[in-house]
Design a protein around this ligand. Structure first.
Ligand code: FMN
Length: 342
């Protein structure tokens, strides 16, 4: 058993967070993660922009109800708070109201992980994100991709920071800083708990992150390829034959830098950009890519993932993945003292 301050903070058995992976749905994954003793996160939905027929806060409110009904443990929600994410304010408000009006949800929905924007954002009327969440009794964690950004997360009053390096899947920082460099710097720079993200595949990642001073890890890509995850089988299976060199960074839905598995779709996106396709054409093509990947399960869609896809060789259940990650980390940590000679 590995117990860190993250376990106490989030009331979880193992110090692992299943990452938010919008615009894809992760309700089933969050339920399995939460039931396996780690933190499951509901993702920020793509909403009508991605072809859904309901506004984003409504989709996420339904997701919260579904996850709360199917776990006795704690879970969280990811909200992207970038300036081009106009529904962030409504989502935070909806989450606070749900927690304040429903005692079952209040017991389980313990944390909001914000990302992709300013941790000090919010509104003059309601206060910063942290103030709004803390008033509702919800913890606030923010994702940072640079040391100075992590310092701002601490200044905002957040309860912890996720240090996410450039090998990660999904939306990335403009300036590439890789996980181990970022983690060493963030751990030294801030006093709040630090969670490592980007390239976390197994027990060796967990043991290494703990050795560097992190209190736990966040896993995204590795969680996609689990039996329980909401992602389609073709998406999950596309990792099994991938190499660690098979990803490419191209513009995303909401950010200029996003990591995808290289395939026909990424080649076409590169061609369209070289031919100066309009923003409208590019957005339509990205929405089609998400639809193919998420709804149809066509491996020619946009398969966002991290470099760690190249290390994935099986599709276990979330519980199997978590249990073996903890076991591997324990074995490594137990072995380490034998390297020290007096
Ligand atoms: C398909 C996909 C979608 C993602 N979408 C989001 C998102 O909406 N919000 C966010 O904060 N991070 C997002 N991420 C990043 C993850 O939360 C996480 O930090 C990242 O996957 C960690 O790196 P790893 O994939 O190497 O484990 C996404 C990642 C993936 C793979």
């Amino acid at each position: 058993m590995i117990h860190t301050v993250l376990c106490d903070l989030l009331n979880i058995k193992h110090p692992i967070i299943q990452a938010g992976m919008g615009p894809f749905a992760t309700e089933l994954l969050a339920i399995a993660a939460s039931n396996a003793g780690i933190l499951g996160l509901i993702s920020h939905s793509g909403g009508p922009l991605m072809g859904f027929d309901k506004p984003v806060p409504e989709i996420m409110s339904d997701a919260i109800d579904m996850v709360a009904k199917n776990t006795k443990n704690t879970f969280g929600v990811n909200v992207r708070v970038a300036k081009n994410q106009p529904d962030a304010k409504k989502c935070i408000k909806m989450i606070c109201e749900k927690v304040q009006s429903d005692s079952d949800i209040a017991k389980k929905l313990r944390v909001v992980v914000t990302s992709a924007g300013d941790p000090m954002g919010g509104s003059r009327k309601d206060g910063t994100w942290t103030e709004q969440l803390h008033r509702a009794g919800i913890l606030h964690i923010h994702v940072a991709a640079a040391i100075r950004h992590a310092l701002r997360v601490e200044k905002a009053g957040c309860d912890a920071v996720i240090a996410s390096g450039y090998e990660a899947g999904g939306h990335l920082a403009l300036v590439p800083v890789h996980t181990w460099v970022l983690l060493q710097g963030v751990v030294k720079a801030v006093k709040i708990p630090v969670i490592a993200a980007g390239g976390m595949a197994d027990g060796s990642s967990l043991a290494a992150a703990l050795a560097m001073g992190a209190v736990g890890i966040q896993m995204g890509t590795r969680m996609i390829a689990t039996k329980d995850s909401d992602f389609k089988n073709n998406y999950k299976e596309s990792f099994l034959n991938a190499a660690e060199t098979d990803t490419v960074v191209l513009p995303g839905f909401f950010s200029p830098h996003c990591r995808y598995l290289s395939n026909e779709w990424t080649k076409k996106l590169e061609e369209m950009m070289a031919e100066n396709a309009s923003d409208e054409e590019l957005m339509k093509f990205k929405a089609q890519g998400r639809y193919l990947a998420a709804e149809v399960g066509d491996k020619r869609g946009s398969l966002l993932c991290g470099q760690v896809a190249g290390l994935i060789k099986d599709i276990p259940t979330v519980k199997e993945l978590v249990d073996r990650t903890i076991q591997e980390a324990e074995e490594i940590i137990k072995k380490l003292p034998s390297y020290i000679k007096s």
